[in-house]
Design a protein around this ligand. Structure first.
Ligand code: ATP
Length: 209
């Protein structure tokens, strides 16, 4: 069985099908991209995999069922839409606050993760003074800093400059070598051509290879 498996996953909101009979298998360590027009269902699909929304059909991770609103069977790092940080906290304190939920990593590991985008130099700056791109980099750092088994990243390179997109591509490929599985959405043709092992298009809630 595939590491991440979706079987006939559908979601209807207000009589409108937003996900339609989605079947998708992702092997452990694969990098899979979801592309598609605005409103085609990419974010919904990410939310379904993360158990944030109730769907019909079956989603499994590592052979275990994903159940709405319950803890996922594997560790997951996520970016879903606009990253939410506490504006009056520094970048480092925001990450420490998040890391305190699982108690898996300490300050040294957090700062090491921040170094990927050079954010260690900005660690004592309050997030309210961060640019959009800096916030996005911080969102990527919070997603991978605990080295989760699965990354589900909704438009991870939004607001990133070309150099930072390159850094992101290298990062995800490095994590892949360590066994991380990544599902991400994007509108960025550069990212689509350079990063994923496989790419799917969503059209009106349906998946096309
Ligand atoms: N709370 C909601 N109530 C009703 N419809 C919703 C709700 N949230 C999302 N939708 C609808 O679900 C569909 C899929 O939305 P989704 O956010 O997954 O699109 P997307 O592919 O991520 O788009 P984008 O590229 O703009 O981020 C859209 O038609 C949207 O209007």
């Amino acid at each position: 069985m595939a590491y991440l498996s979706l079987k006939n996953v559908s979601k209807i909101i207000k009589h409108q099908p937003v996900l339609h009979e989605i079947n998708l298998d992702v092997e452990k360590g694969e990098i899979v991209a979801l592309a598609g027009e605005n409103g085609s269902g990419k974010t919904m699909l990410c939310r379904a995999v993360l158990a944030f929304i109730k769907t019909s059909g079956t989603i499994t991770l590592d052979g275990k069922k994903v159940v709405f609103n319950e803890q996922l069977p594997v560790s997951a790092g996520t970016i879903i839409e606009t990253p939410n940080f506490i504006p009056n906290y520094t970048a480092l304190d925001n990450l420490k606050y998040l890391a305190a939920i699982r108690h898996q990593i300490g300050e040294a590991e957090i700062i090491e993760a921040m170094q990927v985008f050079g954010l260690d130099k900005k660690k004592d700056q309050k997030v309210r003074d961060f640019s959009l791109g800096m916030r996005q980099k911080l969102a990527i750092v919070q997603a991978f800093m605990e080295k989760p088994d699965l990354l589900v990243l909704d438009e991870p390179t939004n607001a990133l400059d070309a150099k930072a997109v390159g850094t992101f591509i290298n990062l995800i490929k490095q994590l892949q070598k360590a066994g991380t599985t990544t599902l991400f959405t994007t509108h960025d043709p550069q990212l689509l051509s350079q990063l994923p092992d496989r790419c799917y298009h969503l059209v009106d809630g349906g998946l096309e290879a």
